[in-house]
Design a protein around this ligand. Structure first.
Ligand SMILES: Cc1cc2nc3c(=O)[nH]c(=O)nc-3n(C[C@H](O)[C@H](O)[C@H](O)COP(=O)(O)OP(=O)(O)OC[C@H]3O[C@@H](n4cnc5c(N)ncnc54)[C@H](O)[C@@H]3O)c2cc1C
Length: 350
């Protein structure tokens, strides 16, 4: 019997999962239907271990961040290219109350792994509006998602582990046969496009459209991710990404003037320099009702699994979650209930 795993979807989730299998010598085929504006291609690629609403570490950040660091480094060694950049986030603090809260929260573990308790004074007074200073987040950074996806797909293509086509649900049955090849398991990593997957009915997604801009600013030269209601960070000389919006109701996947203007209004609250918008994109995040990923086994077909629901955090969540899912398939370990799709029955038994 074949031990080969079929992965459906080559966005960040499916590609990260594929790398996890590759690095652990598990045979697989990644099947992706190329689309131009997927969430993964539009994503800013930032990982921020701190939840700015509460100044606390995000879910399992103390495990996820060291894990992703090692994981992306291993892939960079295989590909002999760099796509993971560790850079600090400078959070613009609004007032003295926020400064005090930052100082207090930064002392607690695991926040202390990521928050500098010393407030950073604003050295950029001619460029950034900020009277009380920055809260510095370290052990943060970003992945150039397009570079990562393009290089990964090229590599997997060369070793015959990537196929570009759409898997239709009507062709899936428990035999798991694709063009005369038989697979042991199938993992669906379809992002937003997996909403109607019949093997995983009743999952409660809460999709969030997002829009992101690229701007050109002369003589800005700040090497951090600046954050206040939105982020701004350097991607090339004089070029910065700005975003991202969150829309919970939307009509289509296209960028809108309305959200662009909203992003620019927020940007102008702190950016003092002149700028020019050079790009504007939109995508749909596969977010879930409780903002936790959807992992686990289908209740309808035993050899079918899901790896979805990464929401706004695929770069941070997917490497570690991929290891949990593979372990649950190979060694029958229990997934943590807060990311296992079985939790949905508990919330919504009907
Ligand atoms: C504006 C914006 C900014 C963002 N910024 C960040 C950020 O800074 N950091 C971060 O971590 N995340 C960010 N995100 C979220 C991140 O993009 C998502 O969490 C992530 O991309 C989801 O990846 P995915 O692979 O699950 O889904 P997708 O990106 O939607 O990829 C799914 C892939 O599967 C393919 N597919 C689906 N069904 C089939 C099928 N039946 N057969 C074959 N192929 C199929 C699709 O064509 C697609 O290629 C952002 C998102 C947006 C929109």
């Amino acid at each position: 019997m074949s031990d080969k795993i079929l992965i459906v979807g080559g966005g960040l989730s499916g590609t990260i999962l594929a790398w996890h299998l590759y690095l652990n010598d598990v045979d697989f085929l990644l099947v992706n239907n190329e689309r131009s504006n997927t969430s993964s291609k539009v994503a800013a690629g930032i990982y921020n271990p701190i939840v700015f609403k509460r100044f606390t570490a995000s879910w399992q950040a103390e495990l996820l961040v060291p894990f992703l660091d090692e994981f992306y480094s291993k892939i960079e060694s295989v590909l002999e290219e760099k796509f993971h950049f560790k850079i600090d986030i400078y959070k613009i603090l609004s007032n003295e109350n926020e400064v005090e809260l930052w100082k207090t929260k930064s002392k607690d573990f695991p926040n202390s792994m990521f928050m500098d308790e010393n407030i950073i004074p604003n050295r950029y007074t001619n460029k950034i509006e900020n009277n009380v200073g920055f809260g510095r987040v370290f052990n943060s950074g970003f992945v150039d998602t397009n570079k990562f996806l393009d290089l990964s797909h090229e590599y997997f293509g060369k070793i015959y582990k990537l196929k570009t086509c759409e898997i239709l649900y009507k062709h899936i049955n428990s035999e798991l046969k694709l063009e005369n090849e038989v697979f042991s398991n199938i993992i669906f990593a379809e992002g937003y496009y997996g909403e109607k997957n019949p093997l995983f009915p009743n999952l409660r997604y809460n999709f969030a459209k997002g829009e992101v801009l690229e701007i050109e600013v002369e003589n800005f030269e700040i090497d951090h991710i600046i954050s206040k209601n939105l982020f701004m960070f350097p991607v090339a000389k004089n070029r910065y990404k700005v975003g991202a919006s969150f829309q919970w109701t939307f009509e289509d996947e296209d960028p809108t003037e309305f959200e662009k203007n909203r992003l620019l209004d927020n940007l102008e609250k702190f950016l003092k320099s002149d700028y020019k918008v050079v790009d504007h994109k939109a995508g749909i995040r596969p977010a879930t009702f409780d903002r936790r990923p959807f992992l686990g086994q289908s209740a309808i077909q035993d050899n079918a699994y899901i790896f979805n629901g990464m929401g706004a955090k695929a770069v941070l969540l997917a490497p570690y979650c991929a290891s949990l899912l593979l372990d649950s398939i190979q060694n029958k370990t229990e997934l943590p209930l807060d990311i296992d799709i079985r939790r949905i029955k508990k919330v919504n038994p009907h």
